[in-house]
Design a protein around this ligand. Structure first.
Ligand code: CP
Ligand code: NVA
Length: 305
């Protein structure tokens, strides 16, 4: 059987994604009940980080530990990959020793190349273009609070960045309508907008963007690697701050999500995360459960029951 990777949400079918979200909900309940479930004793997760992380590192490393396996943190400062060993050589060698690998890096093409030469599943743990693991947690969180997201309205406010692109994939896969309110020049990837024009649209007036929304999402104004654009971006994005007043214009059942880390006073107002409609802490915890479900799915042939 050929190796399955998870580089974007398009690597799984809609029914596989829906199953995975349900499994993540079960794993959350099991973890909260203190159930010991260790299908991965003797298995190893390789974790390659070329960008910083709190949630992604902790959730993957803890998840693998809870499953009875182990995780190895690999930073470019300590590996030959960081000293220029070719991606294809690193992929062949690392995958010959571990059972599954997650990678956080800059160029999406690097993850694709790694997957091409790897003999084990590769998980995209964020690239400049996509952040699919975050979307698993977000979809799980919506499901746990409100049930199916199919036919709902999701509004993305802010930068048309990697998270926004993964939301476009999610709109297609989970069947919701995505409205994007982004400043001129910071709109999402045009090819993706074109490809998913049946479920994704641009909203010109940010004040109208929240109207009728069931979920409002935003992210930082300057992503990792864009630190030197922070000041210019802060000026352009100022009208795009998400506030409780913006949520008041949405559907009465609206939820607010943010992948975190958040910058209070920038993309969100100081009081937003304390608003009862914000589910960001539940969303962050779900990184753990959703990625456990993902690893279980990708390694299903190796599971010991
Ligand atoms: N949301 C997210 O991916 O967080 P980290 O950068 O802390 O991993
Ligand atoms: N868009 C952000 C997400 C961080 C989790 C970034 O790429 O830095």
């Amino acid at each position: 059987m050929s190796v399955r990777h998870f580089l974007t949400l398009l690597d799984l079918s809609t029914s596989e994604l829906e199953q995975l979200i349900k499994r993540a909900c079960e794993l959350r309940k099991m973890q909260h009940a203190g159930t010991i479930y260790q299908p991965f004793v003797g298995r190893t997760l390789g974790m390659i980080f070329e960008k910083s992380s709190t949630r992604t590192r902790i959730s993957f490393e803890t998840g693998m530990g809870q499953f009875g396996g182990q995780a190895i943190f690999l930073s470019p400062n300590d590996t030959q990959l960081g000293r220029g060993e070719p991606v294809e050589d690193s992929a062949r060698v690392i995958s010959s020793m571990v059972d599954i690998i997650m990678i956080r890096t800059f160029e999406h093409e690097k993850v694709e190349k790694f997957a091409k030469y790897s003999s084990v599943p590769i998980i995209n743990a964020l690239t400049d273009d996509f952040h699919p693991c975050q979307l698993l947690a977000d979809m799980q969180t919506y499901y746990e609070h409100r049930g199916s997201i199919k036919d709902k309205i999701v509004t993305w406010v802010g930068d048309g960045n990697n998270m926004c692109s993964s939301f476009m994939h999610a709109a297609h896969q989970f069947g919701f309508e995505l409205r994007v309110a982004a400043p001129y020049g910071f709109e999402p990837d045009l090819d993706l907008m074109d490809k998913f024009s049946d479920c994704v649209s641009l909203v010109e007036n940010v004040q109208d963007a929240a109207k009728d929304a069931h979920l409002i999402v935003t992210d930082v104004w300057a992503s990792m690697g864009q630190e030197n654009e922070q000041n210019t971006r802060a000026r352009r994005f100022a009208p795009y701050q998400v506030t409780p007043a913006m949520l008041d214009k949405a559907d009465p059942e609206v939820l607010f999500m943010h992948c975190l880390p958040a910058h209070r006073g920038e993309e969100i107002s100081h009081d937003l995360l304390d608003d009862p409609r914000s589910v960001v802490w539940h969303e962050a915890e779900n990184r753990l459960h959703a990625q456990k479900a993902l690893m279980e799915f990708l390694l299903q042939d190796k599971i010991k029951i």
